[in-house]
Design a protein around this ligand. Structure first.
Ligand code: NOJ
Length: 562
């Protein structure tokens, strides 16, 4: 009880809060810097984001994942944290953050923040202190040091286009330090109990303010051990369990979302009920693109068939795109080559082991393919995470450095700077997209709100329909026998809801016979228009689908005869 009281004074979570809220959530990933600039300095800020909460509420979003907004030299766009308990001055103040949080909660929107726990910026006072501290002292040991760059040799370099090694020489310390990402991001040493203590303090700080959860950045890499890949070690899982109980005991229903770019079996280890509530489904994501390219359900079906068991309280977080490159780490080298050829023939669009493009350009700006991929995102087992701007089909700029091409200003209107900022266009944090098919004068929120058939309005309908059926977020998933490999068909079942999803991965019309024998007598009712189809009989159920078409049906009890 005494402990629970620590959370007093925090912004209360939205009314109607229930355990497992994350299973029914619609998460929207947002970058404060590029969303909306309230004061005309060319940088988005918390006041701007707060002003746009009505837009997000209207879209149907129920949770925001906010990219790092802490003081930082921005070598890795904020994933290089220089102070964990403050707000970057360009984004506003802590007070602005608190107001944003309260306003989000008032609209029933939860807020998940990024907890960058594996590394800090080299500008962080902890690192500045460590490099000057006596070797072997507890302050020095906040980070991972070595006299040679030969330790943990078998560990891969993640930013392989930028860093030759995971070790960098520090002339001040006279030693090498370990970093899984940029050399400006030294890894914290979780073998040091003081690091646990320091990070738990950070956790308490944000929990007490009332944030609803943390995305655990780069979570597999907390510990290093010789002879291993230094990913997902038992010690790392032990730390996450400690973190989970710390949070659960004190703050109740907050969540942990694992960012671990690992195979499904590895990911499942975070989802056994006592570590993370959710984990991004990195293996499924590229296979959605593979299935679409091959016009064949098998890459998706194989993932669903082999899905490892996770605790009933755990959940996958599904995504099509995010602020990073579309990662192709979880496919074979042959599949990677195939995906590069298909989706990034221009080498400029490739980076590290992935593709730096947004959803719409990846899919050739083809509305049918964009709808199909979103329909899968919103119906496969898990909680969907939308990347800001993808709801209007925003474009990108592959000529910007690193991954900045997918982090350009949100396109609000056809006005100057896409309505994002009143600043002199030369002052903008990033140039707005002017690539002809994606130019902000054509692709923007204002224009799409005014057009009933716009992608934005279609996304709103998709979200609204999903929210009517708990089966999408909580139901079981059964793959169906379909006699046409272009077609992926599955059911989602929860309580008395049964939703049938049928998706045509091909660019041509297809017919399919589905084995629906379990549902004999049921009537398929289209979830979008409520029209009904003939009841399921003894024969396989025959459906035709247009190019890249999809159906969401409720299988409802038929009229009782006789
Ligand atoms: C994953 C983040 O998504 C990415 O943007 C960042 O560069 C690395 N972790 C390092 O923090």
């Amino acid at each position: 009880m005494a402990r629970r009281q620590e959370a007093r004074g925090a912004t209360a979570a939205p009314a109607g809060s229930s355990t497992l809220w994350y299973k029914d959530a619609i998460i929207y990933e947002v970058h404060v810097r590029t969303f909306y600039d309230s004061d005309g300095d060319g940088y988005g800020d918390f006041r701007g984001l707060t002003e746009k909460l009505d837009y997000l509420q209207d879209l149907g979003v129920t949770a925001l994942w906010v990219l790092p907004f802490y003081p930082s030299p921005w070598v890795d766009d904020g994933y290089d944290v220089a102070d964990y308990t403050d707000v970057h001055p360009a984004y506003g103040t802590l007070r602005d953050f608190k107001r944003f949080l309260a306003e989000a909660h008032r609209r029933g929107i939860r807020v998940i923040t990024d907890l960058v726990l594996n590394h800090t910026s080299d500008q962080h006072p902890w690192f500045q202190r460590a490099r000057r501290a006596r070797p072997g002292s507890r302050w020095r040991d906040f980070y991972v040091w070595s006299d040679t760059p030969d330790r943990y040799r078998q560990v891969r370099v993640i930013f392989q286009d930028f860093e030759p090694s995971n070790w960098t020489w520090d002339p001040v310390a006279g030693a090498y330090y370990w970093h899984r990402f940029y050399k400006h991001q030294p890894d914290l040493n979780y073998d040091n109990p003081l690091v646990w203590k320091a990070m738990f303090r950070v956790v308490d700080f944000w929990m007490k303010l009332g944030v609803d959860g943390f995305r655990l950045d780069a979570v597999p890499y907390l510990f290093e051990r010789e002879g291993t890949s230094c990913a997902g070690l038992p010690e790392t899982h032990e730390f996450i369990r400690a973190l989970r109980s710390h949070i659960e005991e004190r703050y109740g229903e907050r969540i942990l979302l694992a960012e671990a770019n690992e195979p499904a079996a590895e990911l499942a280890r975070y989802l056994q009920g006592d570590e993370c509530h959710m984990a991004f489904h990195f293996p499924l994501m590229p296979r959605l693109y593979l299935a679409l390219h091959r016009e064949d359900r098998e890459p998706i079906a194989a993932v669903l068939r082999d899905e490892p068991a996770i605790a009933p309280t755990s959940q996958w977080a599904l995504f099509l795109r995010n602020h990073d490159e579309l990662s192709l780490e979880m496919v074979t080298p042959e599949e990677r080559e195939e995906l590069w050829q298909a989706y990034a023939p221009d080498p400029q669009a490739r980076i590290n082991l992935g593709i730096r493009r947004r959803l719409a350009p990846l899919l050739g700006n083809d509305r049918r393919r964009i709808e199909l991929m979103n329909a899968l995102l919103f119906s496969l087992p898990g909680t969907p995470v939308i990347y800001y701007g993808d709801e209007i089909g925003m474009g990108d700029n592959i000529y910007l450095p690193d991954r900045h091409g997918v982090r350009t200003p949100m396109q609000w209107s056809a006005d100057r700077n896409a309505g994002f900022s009143r600043a002199n266009p030369q002052r903008l944090c990033a140039p707005v997209v002017v690539d002809p098919p994606f130019h902000y004068e054509a692709v923007n929120v204002e224009a799409q709100l005014a057009s009933p058939d716009s992608l934005l309005n279609w996304m709103k309908r998709l979200i609204a329909v999903r929210k009517r059926y708990k089966a999408f977020g909580r139901g079981t998933c059964e793959l169906l026998d379909a006699d046409n490999r272009h077609i992926l068909a599955f059911t989602r079942r929860y309580g008395d809801e049964t939703v049938l999803v049928v998706a045509n991965l091909s660019r041509f019309v297809q017919g399919v016979r589905l084995n629906l024998s379990t549902y004999r007598g049921r009537v398929p009712v289209d979830l979008f228009g409520r029209s009904t189809l003939p009841p399921v009989g003894d024969d396989p159920y025959f459906l035709t689908l247009g190019p890249h078409g999809f159906y969401w049906f409720a299988l409802e009890p038929g009229p009782v005869s006789g």
